[in-house]
Write a protein that binds this ligand. Structure first.
Ligand code: PLP
Length: 460
């Protein structure tokens, strides 16, 4: 009687299979051999546990599919038909063409990142970018780090290490992804002093809490939740007044770096960096990849003496921004300086798209998809920790989901697994496709993918 282990092929036998040879050609003998070994090992474990050995072809196919799934470039491009403009799971803000090109330029060759071309001496990677930030925000000084979470952490560590930081009880919140203001304060070495109540806090609460140990007053924008009803929060300018009287700087975490007035789009007011500067905050912090519409970055603006202290802190080096993000950020800021941001920055092109324009595009999609698709009134969300609960009036194509495609969940899954994955949203057992977040140049591909998911073949 032969042992079931003997039914397993040798490593050499698997490696000599033509399909595996092709993998070796595409990748390398070493990684493919390791992969084959690991599959044979787990087959051995299956057998030891009383299972049966895999068929040779199944084994090879398992190796093949793991190789092609694992050793592929990533992330894959997807079409965002959810209507959520800043979708955290989909990488937040898409970049403008110019920003992407700037990134490519910085990536493909050497650059004057830290070289002063005139003197030939070492320069600062912050010099150029901070001038641009100051121009668009009106700030006296600025610096840029790798994201806003680290900007806040660095700011607190540099300004308030070992001291007390006064925060409104309603603002000692979790921003998301485990970023909790009380924890960040602890990590930065500061001590949290909460004042007021969850719904109502006044400037006098802050004033009463100031002691000789106070390092800063921190104001945090509620970017992912809303408190409604019987509420009060002091104006930033009132906090600045209190701080100025007692020589305590006000630090402001704005969350999103929204340079435009969102009320012009029928949305709630989203704090703008310019307004923080105007109010006289010591330091303001915001993200590059929320409503600014640029790459991941954390931008610090404020008084020169305070920015200088932050820049000299050892953590500044630990949260340094990379040259690719820096290049993309500079290009994004230039769009604002040239007053072309509404046309060029994708996030703002989407924000500014009118319901009328969207209805026309939805109509075109509906005709392409035919029966079973209908144009329906809908709302697009902003998302990404900006303007919670606020939506823009929109139109969608609603696709009926039959049993054949597995209902709405089934169709959504088919859309996600197409050659170009399409991410849609589900409402009332129908799959909704929102044109707001689909750039016109992706329209044809989207429709092909939807037809493929619905009818099992491309009609285009
Ligand atoms: C989003 C957000 C952060 C974190 O910013 P990242 O750039 O994602 O690190 C911090 N604070 C507030 C108020 C935010 O909205």
């Amino acid at each position: 009687m032969t042992s079931p282990f003997q039914a397993l092929p040798s490593v050499e036998r698997v490696l000599s299979d033509e399909r595996v040879q092709q993998l070796i050609e595409a990748y390398s003998r070493q990684v493919v051999t390791t992969l084959v070994r690991s599959h044979l090992d787990s087959a051995r474990k299956t057998i030891a546990g009383g299972g049966s050995p895999p068929e040779f072809d199944d084994l090879v196919e398992a190796v093949e599919s793991q190789a092609t799934e694992q050793w592929t470039s990533w992330p894959s491009h997807v079409i965002n038909a959810t209507g959520v403009i800043l979708h955290t799971n989909l990488g937040r803000a898409p970049l403008s063409r110019e920003s992407a090109e700037a990134m490519q330029r910085a990536a493909l060759g050497y650059s004057d990142l830290e070289l002063d071309l005139e003197s030939g001496r070492r320069g600062s990677r912050q010099a150029h970018i901070s001038r641009l930030v100051c121009e668009v925000t009106g700030a006296e000084a600025a610096m840029v780090v790798n994201n806003n979470a680290s900007a806040v952490m660095l700011g607190l560590a540099a300004i308030a290490d070992g001291k007390e930081v006064i925060v409104s009880r309603g603002e000692a919140v979790e921003i998301g992804g485990g970023f909790r203001i009380p924890d960040v304060l602890v990590q930065s070495g500061a001590r949290l002093v909460e004042v007021g109540t969850t719904n109502r806090t006044y400037a006098r609460d802050f004033e009463a809490a100031i002691t000789p140990d106070t390092g800063a007053i921190l104001s945090v924008h509620a970017s992912n939740f809303k408190v409604i009803g019987f509420t009060n929060a002091p104006k930033l300018s009132e906090l600045v007044e209190v701080g100025a009287r007692r020589n305590v700087p006000v630090l402001h975490d704005l969350g999103s770096g929204c340079l435009f007035d969102t009320t012009e789009y029928g949305l709630a007011y989203e704090p703008r960096p310019q307004d923080s500067v105007e109010a006289g905050v010591g330091l303001g912090f915001f993200s590059g990849d929320k409503l600014l519409g640029g790459p991941q970055a954390g931008i610090i603006i404020g008084r020169k003496d305070l920015v200088d202290v932050v820049a000299r802190h050892p953590l500044a080096r630990a949260v340094r921004i990379d040259k690719l993000s820096m290049a993309a950020l500079a290009a994004t800021l230039l769009h604002y300086i040239r007053e072309e941001a509404l046309d060029k920055v994708p996030v703002w092109r989407m924000m500014a798209m009118t319901a009328g324009e969207i209805e026309v595009r939805a109509g075109k999609w509906q005709r392409a998809l035919g029966e079973g698709a209908a144009v329906v009134e809908a709302q697009s969300a902003i998302g990404g920790g900006s303007l919670p609960g606020e939506t823009l009036p929109s139109w969608c194509v609603a696709v009926d989901c039959t049993e054949r495609v597995g209902g709405a969940d089934g169709l959504a899954k088919r859309l996600r697994s197409g050659d170009t994955p399409v991410i849609a949203r589900i409402e009332d057992e129908r799959v909704l496709l929102d044109p707001r977040t689909v750039p016109p140049e992706e329209e044809e591909r989207l429709l092909d993918m939807v037809k493929q998911a619905l009818f099992g073949g491309s009609n285009g």
